[in-house]
Design a protein around this ligand. Structure first.
Ligand code: MLT
Ligand code: MN
Ligand code: ZN
Length: 298
């Protein structure tokens, strides 16, 4: 099984177009931090097809980095389908970029995500008029084999609330993480770009994986307030912060089996600065900071 981090930044990317925080300016200067595109992953079992996990607004340039065996014809998609952990804009806007597809696009997600993408951000109805969509409903905690692949995907609840575009709509959505199992290699990968709580179920799942790619959005709970950007805390936004008691770093440091990698990193997060004390603390905990193009074979 092979995993490629296509985009390691949270929504907005790094640097973010309208942001002049210390980290964004460092990414522009290119010395202490490298730029990153928005949250997305690709995964394949053996030589089977790639699947895209979350379709970011940067999908066009991200898909260009995938190597694959062209099947037949001039128009051959590099992916066999798209799996969605949630219905947030940064994980779904890229669906619109797939409209040139010569065949209907397979999109996998739970029923809440489908509701959001029909009633709040109606991208499924839009795509249907271009290339067509084959919607595939995933059930929580139920492994779903991916056709043509040795992989199965199993969604699990990570808490958090609905995207802001659904405010006042009454449409309910929950975010998921995914555990991928490869029945050829036996490898287990857990991907959770949004993690609103670290309960025992989630921790057990992480502890029994070979590789975990986990929400590294914010270093501190009050990161945006301290930067004068917003009054919303990390937890308000559905992200357990990395630092402090009960933080993600503490929990990840204790895990012995998996390789541990942080993804979905917000542009304000000081771990993006390669010479920062926060980056050093992450590495000291045996945890890695993802970058675009990081590829891991299991
Ligand atoms: C999130 O990860 O919390 C969302 O993508 C935030 C957003 O971009 O609206
Ligand atoms: Mn996001
Ligand atoms: Zn910034």
């Amino acid at each position: 099984m092979r995993v490629r981090v296509l985009g390691s930044a949270a929504g907005g990317g790094f640097p973010q177009w309208n942001c002049h925080c210390e980290t964004c300016e460092a990414a522009r200067e290119g010395a202490r931090a490298r730029p990153r595109t928005q949250s997305s992953l690709a995964i394949r079992g053996g030589e089977g097809p790639w699947f895209l996990v979350n379709a970011s607004p940067d999908a066009r340039q991200q898909l260009e980095t995938l190597t694959f065996r062209q099947v037949e014809g001039v128009r051959a998609p590099p992916i066999a389908g798209v799996l969605l952990t949630d219905a947030e804009i940064d994980h779904t806007a890229g669906l619109l970029l797939l409209r040139e597809s010569a065949t209907p696009v397979s999109v996998f997600g739970d029923e809440g995500i489908e509701r959001a993408l029909r009633r709040g951000f109606p991208v499924l109805a839009m795509l249907e008029r271009y290339c067509g969509v084959e919607w595939q409903t995933l059930e929580p905690e139920r492994p779903r084999p991916l056709e043509g692949s040795s992989l199965a995907v199993e969604p699990f609840d990570v808490g958090g609330d609905a995207p802001r575009y659904l405010s006042g709509s009454g449409v309910e959505v929950r975010a998921s993480g995914f555990t991928f199992r490869d029945n050829a290699s036996g490898g287990v990968v857990t991907y959770a770009p949004g993690l609103a709580r670290l309960d025992d179920g989630v921790l057990t799942r992480l502890a029994t994986s070979d590789l975990v790619l986990v929400d590294g959005t914010f270093w501190r709970d009050d990161e945006l307030a301290r930067a004068g950007i917003s009054g919303r805390s990390a937890r308000d936004m559905g992200h357990v912060p990395l630092s402090g008691p009960g933080g993600t770093l503490e929990a990840l440091s204790r895990l012995e089996r998996p390789r541990k990698v942080l993804v979905h990193i917000n542009n304000t997060n000081p771990i993006l600065l390669e010479d920062s004390a926060e980056r050093e603390a992450v590495l000291a905990g045996g945890v890695e900071v993802a970058y675009d193009g990081l590829e891991i074979e299991l």
